[in-house]
Structures are given as structure tokens and as C-alpha cells.
Design a protein. Structure first.
Length: 301
């Protein structure tokens, strides 16, 4: 713990020196193209200057309660990089088969990265997968190389020619109806999966550094079309302690399963809990249930 706190303190000191010294230029942003090449996947610059690289497990055919799930719906590994002073921070989540977990964890440690959580997100998954959350501080390219080396112990598709985007040949969602029920806009994230993301209203930090929505610190609600008018939903609510039971109770009242409750980070302020969920039903009805749960949280309007 002392080593971790010292590492964060050094990052913050570097930022203070850069910002507080007249005539001293701010640290240049990392070469994101070099980060992409090191990791073997392309990314996008997100709000707050977060560079996010998605690594969906398109190699896996996973079902939940017999429902085949798309990679973008529930199998989305990612890495989110943020420049802080003269160093970068990376945090993210890795989707792993049970047998991949030990070697990938050892690979992260060997590359100087830290593991912050290992757990399920959903229940009754076949094959069973786990989710490993991680964090690191240092040179962005070197951390990307370390992450790629760790992931070489898994089947995560990296490098080579990118696969063609998945197309949705089945039923389509009435996304306007979902947006109206939730009172917030969403976006198609590929394969017909519709996502609505809701940041919290208060600032989230770790040792004084901001943790932004694009880094995975936001409530995420994914809709995957099933039969006409029907959808499967999953995602997670990001909560403070006093909201946990109110949200869980509301979800259950609307027929939505609570499938996991846990941390994703270690030193976030305020202390956050992530509640994962699952249900299949009428898409608009599910959206109304999620809205009722969202109303129990301190989320941005």
C-alpha cells in the first residue's frame, strides 16, 4: 500500500510542478498511434482526453441463461488511458475464461500493472467467464506493451487485420422508446446493441486524480434485441453505499435480476460499488425499470 501511495504522490507532484512552474510547458500527450500499435488495437479519444481502446472477446460464443450474447453487449474488455502530468494512467477490465485468469494476472504483475478486482458480472454464463479489473501508472506505450504481453495468455483477439464490424440481422430495437423511458440519449455500439451511459453528478477521484466516465466510472445500460419488441439488458450501476439497497430493491421490484455487487477500484473517492444486472422482457418495460432505479442515484440529469 505504501508503494502504491508513493507512486500516486509522485504523479501528483509531477503535475503540480508542471502546472506551477512559470514558463514550463505542460507534458505532451502520449503518441496514441504508438499506443495502438503496442496493444494491437485501435482506439478513440473520448471526452476528458481519455484514450480508450476496446478489446471485445469476439472469439468467444457465450450464452447467459441460454441467450447468446454479443461481444459488445457483455464481453467488452477495454483499456482507458489518461495523461496525468508527465505520466499516464491506465485502467480497464478484461473478460477472461476461468482457465485464463491465473496466467493473465501473473502477466499483469510482471508488466508492472496492478489488479484491483476479479469477479463475475453475470450468472449462468456458458462458458463461464470472469472479469479482471486492473490499473497502472507510467509510460503509456510501455503499459500497452505490458498489457498485450499479459493478454497473450488469453484468446483475446489482438493485432492482425481487424474483423469486419458485426451486423444485426435480427429484430431491431425501438431506440427512441428506450431513450424516452430513460430520459437520456444512447448510441448503437455495434451488432444492434444499444447503450445508454449515465455519469454520476459528483466528482470521482483516486488520490486526487479525476476518474472520468470514459474510464469506466459511469452507469452503463446495454440493450440487445431479441424477438420483436423484446430485449436482454445488462450493465452496471455505479453507486455509493447508501444507494446500494435502494437500487437493488427497485430493480427486483421491476423483475430485473441483480447478478453481482462489488468494487472495481481500490482507492476511489467517494467509495464506489458496482451493481450488475440482467433481464429479458419488453424493451420499453425494462427501460422504465432501469429509470426507476436510476432515480435512486445521484446521477447527472
Amino acid at each position: 500500500m505504501k508503494s502504491r501511495m508513493l507512486k500516486h504522490a509522485m504523479v501528483l507532484l509531477g503535475l503540480a510542478v508542471i502546472v506551477g512552474t512559470p514558463g514550463l510547458a505542460l507534458a505532451a500527450d502520449p503518441d496514441w498511434k504508438a499506443v495502438e500499435q503496442a496493444l494491437g488495437k485501435s482506439g478513440q479519444l473520448q471526452p476528458g482526453d481519455v484514450f480508450r481502446i476496446g478489446m471485445p472477446r469476439t472469439d468467444l460464443a457465450v450464452s447467459v441463461k441460454g441467450v447468446p450474447v454479443k461481444a459488445g453487449f457483455a464481453l467488452g474488455s477495454y483499456a482507458a488511458f489518461k495523461q496525468v502530468g508527465d505520466q499516464s494512467m491506465v485502467m480497464g477490465d478484461l473478460v477472461l475464461l476461468d482457465q485464463e485468469v491465473p496466467a493473465v494476472m501473473s502477466g499483469l504483475f510482471s508488466g508492472g500493472l496492478e489488479v484491483t478486482a476479479v469477479h463475475n458480472h453475470l450468472n449462468e454464463m456458458s462458458p463461464h467467464v470472469m472479469y479482471m479489473h486492473y490499473e497502472g501508472h507510467g509510460d503509456a506505450v510501455q503499459m500497452a506493451k505490458a498489457l498485450r504481453q499479459a493478454l497473450s495468455a488469453s484468446g483475446t483477439p489482438l493485432g492482425g487485420t481487424p474483423a469486419a464490424p458485426a451486423t444485426s440481422a435480427g429484430p431491431a430495437l425501438d431506440t427512441k422508446q428506450i431513450e424516452q423511458a430513460l430520459g437520456r440519449p444512447g448510441r448503437d455500439i455495434g451488432g444492434g446493441v444499444f447503450q445508454v451511459t449515465v455519469p454520476r453528478a459528483e466528482a470521482i477521484t483516486e488520490m486526487g486524480m479525476p476518474l472520468l466516465p470514459a474510464m469506466g466510472v459511469a452507469t452503463v445500460m446495454n440493450f440487445q434485441p431479441l424477438a420483436p419488441g423484446q430485449a436482454a439488458i445488462t450493465g452496471d450501476f455505479v453507486l455509493v453505499d447508501k444507494e446500494v439497497n435502494a437500487v437493488a430493491r427497485t430493480l427486483r421490484q421491476h423483475g430485473i435480476d441483480v447478478t453481482a455487487l462489488h468494487n472495481h477500484g481500490l482507492m476511489d473517492t467517494p467509495r464506489l460499488f458496482y451493481m450488475h444486472f440482467w433481464a429479458t422482457d419488453d424493451a420499453a418495460k425494462l427501460a422504465q425499470g432501469l429509470k426507476a432505479a436510476l432515480d435512486q442515484t445521484n446521477s447527472q440529469k
